[in-house]
Design a protein around this ligand. Structure first.
Ligand code: F6P
Length: 362
């Protein structure tokens, strides 16, 4: 390894469709910018940095991956809250990551990740490492950026699931509940729900009242609509449950009937209260799979190129972000640990309500 400039790169947390496209954007720009650059790829996210599991990448590895889903580097979840807890062999994870960084004489580490990964990126920045990060997640919940890469591709898949359900729901006159990813935030169910023409959208930011949901279904039945489609976030929550403390909720769940997920719980309640048959569809990890959409490929390319530009300018400690039509940068310390949630009072919610979509709240 006799190169002058060595840049590390890793993909961390849940994967998404345009991780490879984004890495390609970074790498192609770097190779074009510098004659003397070497990119070191860490396997399975921060784990590779901790355990010095890496490979020196060849430029050809970044070719032909624009449309390839997943990540050629592999990924893993390394919870931020465990970063200061030694591993099973007593290894100090933060010290180990720093050791690998300095041993390889990295000029900078490029991190592609979601919320937890950005927190760790910020921790490494605080520890003195040069970091440039990129906003990855199908959830679109990263603070400081209008968009994350992966979001648009996931909308496509989740929307397609709702589209497919439409014809069967109408034929059978059933209630269909499509459970869409998003534990804490509802951007994906919101967008896919609107795009797929869902009648009811339930997201964590707007706790629902089951009576309102049931009335919306009954109202449709009265108007001759024999089916209803609900787009429900994994983290959708009733008003009743939202009012409980974490401890009380845990207790309630322990003592009550158990369901595989919120969609099944809603399905049972809806059948009981409307007399209509309910079916549940969970597209699950399909939403993170397959090819990135053209929109995401463009976004990935732009974000990747700007990350390389930050490295060229030696501007470290930032996440590359989207601000309207512009690609910008935002200090990691300003975004780490902050979630971008759906504002129940925002225009998009008002507009969705104005076309008759119910959010189960009123
Ligand atoms: O990465 C984001 C996400 O896909 C969420 O939408 C979802 O709730 C979660 O990850 C699923 O995590 P896992 O892949 O670990 O099951």
């Amino acid at each position: 390894m006799s190169f002058m400039r060595r840049i590390g790169i890793l993909t961390s947390g849940g994967d998404c469709q345009s991780l490879n496209a984004t890495m390609r954007g970074v790498a192609k720009s770097l190779y074009k910018m510098f004659d003397d650059v070497e990119i070191v790829g860490f396997e399975d996210g921060y784990k590779g940095l901790m355990y010095a599991d890496y490979r020196v990448m060849k430029p050809y590895e970044f070719s032909g991956i624009l449309t390839l889903g997943g990540t050629i580097l592999g990924t893993s979840r390394q919870p931020f809250k465990m970063m200061r807890t030694p591993d099973e062999n007593g290894l100090d994870k933060v010290a180990a990551m720093k050791h690998t960084y300095y041993k390889l004489k990295l000029e900078c580490l490029v991190v592609l990740g979601g919320n937890g990964s950005q927190k760790t990126a910020n921790l490494l920045r605080e520890e003195g490492l040069n970091i440039v990060s990129l906003p990855k997640t199908i959830d679109n919940d990263l603070w400081g950026t209008d968009l994350t890469f992966g979001f648009h591709s996931a909308i496509d898949i989740a929307t397609n699931a709702i589209d497919c359900i439409h014809t069967t729901a109408a034929s059978h006159g059933r209630v269909f509940i499509v459970e869409i990813m998003g534990h804490k935030v509802g951007w994906l169910p919101l967008y896919a729900g609107i795009a797929g023409g869902a009648d009811i959208i339930l997201i964590p930011e707007i706790p629902y009242d089951i009576k309102v949901v049931v009335d919306a279904i009954k109202g449709r039945m009265k108007n001759g609509k024999n089916f209803t489609i609900l787009a429900v976030a994994e983290g959708a929550i009733s008003k009743e449950d939202a009012a409980l403390s974490k401890k009380e909720l845990k207790e309630k769940k322990k003592n009550g009937p158990t369901y595989p997920s919120v969609a099944y719980e809603l399905g049972a309640l809806i059948e009981e209260k409307t007399g209509q048959e309910a079916r549940v569809t969970v597209p699950g990890h399909m939403q993170r799979g397959g090819e990135p959409t053209p929109y995401d490929r463009v976004l990935a390319t732009r974000l990747g190129a700007e990350a390389a530009e930050l490295i060229r300018k030696k501007q470290y400690g930032y996440m590359v972000a989207v601000d309207g039509r512009k690609i910008t940068k935002i200090p990691l310390e300003d975004i780490a640990g902050k979630l971008k949630t759906v504002d129940p009072k925002s225009d998009i919610i008002r507009e969705a309500k104005s076309v008759g979509i119910s959010f189960g709240d009123e």
